[in-house]
Design a protein. Structure first.
Length: 293
């Protein structure tokens, strides 16, 4: 009998102690997240710098790369078309460094995501309630395969393109392949690229200002030259009340429709760097954001 009373007393004390501290009795509140995913779409409309449909200029040719991964250095939700860059809800800023001199994107500490993969997850509580109609994304890096022609043969090569304003790169290799290894150890401005195919490697720099950066808000909310801040509009806006009970997924669909463009020497629609055909543009061709739960 004494043992039974003692056991009951322990249970009673434990229950009473727990009731005095709500956190030990109640389950932890569920944390709902904002999840940012990337999508690469070769069928999405091809746009120019001011967000209008764009054709391939005479004398040039283009193809849609098969991107394996991308990186962004800045993501911002903007309420209106007149919200200036930086005055919206900034949800992500990537790592930067002055190791190479001027401030630059820190490539070795960047985040990456592939097609239909998650790039960023943050608590929804980090976002101010409101309605956001636009998204701005500063792209930093693209990596994927392109079709190349040379020596009478078609083959596939891997292209890395640095589209951010300035990037500090120590080294670069494609998918862990030592045959694609580049030692850089310096800052590179927008337009730097590196290429590997069949064990052959090369690198170069696209002309300044040649990288297309679609911004439909060109007149009301411009972005700095060389920043690669691509702008896109939510079809029906994105309203966050602060009372959401589920995760919110925002998919950023980037147009890669003929985004790799070069000057033609032999007008056959094939990229032939061996005869002097030059890369002139590797910027993404539009952004469509969408929201789902």
């Amino acid at each position: 009998m004494k043992k039974l009373i003692f056991a009951f007393a322990i249970v009673l004390v434990s229950f009473t102690a727990c009731k005095s501290d709500e956190d030990c009795c109640l389950p932890n509140p569920t944390v709902n997240n904002l999840i940012i995913k990337f999508k690469f779409d070769a069928t999405q409309q091809r746009l120019n710098n001011i967000g209008q449909p764009a054709t391939i200029p005479a004398g040039n040719a283009a193809q849609s790369p098969n991107f394996s991964r991308m990186s962004a250095n800045y993501i911002e939700f903007a309420p209106s078309a007149t919200t200036l860059l930086g005055n919206g809800q900034v949800i992500y800023t990537g790592a930067e460094t002055n190791e190479g001199g001027n401030m630059a994107i820190d490539f070795q500490n960047a985040q990456f995501a592939g097609n239909d993969e998650v790039f960023l997850t943050i608590p929804l509580t980090d976002i101010a309630p409101g309605t956001y109609n636009w998204v701005r994304v500063s792209l930093a890096y693209q990596e994927g395969t392109i079709q190349v022609f040379g020596g009478g043969l078609d083959f596939v090569g891997t292209l890395a393109s640095f589209v951010g304003y300035n990037t500090y790169i120590t080294s670069l290799d494609f998918d862990g392949s030592t045959t694609g290894l580049f030692q850089i150890n310096e800052n590179k401005l927008q337009g730097f690229w590196a290429f590997e195919a069949l064990g052959f490697t090369t690198q170069g720099q696209a002309p300044a200002g040649a990288t297309t950066v679609p911004n439909p808000l060109f007149d009301s909310s411009p972005v700095p030259q060389g920043s690669c801040v691509v702008t896109g509009q939510f079809q029906n806006g994105f309203t966050y009340t602060g009372n959401e009970t589920e995760d919110v997924v925002v998919t950023l669909s980037f147009s890669v429709n003929n985004s790799f463009e070069w000057t033609e020497i032999n007008a056959d629609g094939k990229y032939e760097p061996s005869i002097g055909e030059q890369l002139v543009d590797m910027g993404l061709r539009g952004l469509i954001p969408s929201v789902s739960n």
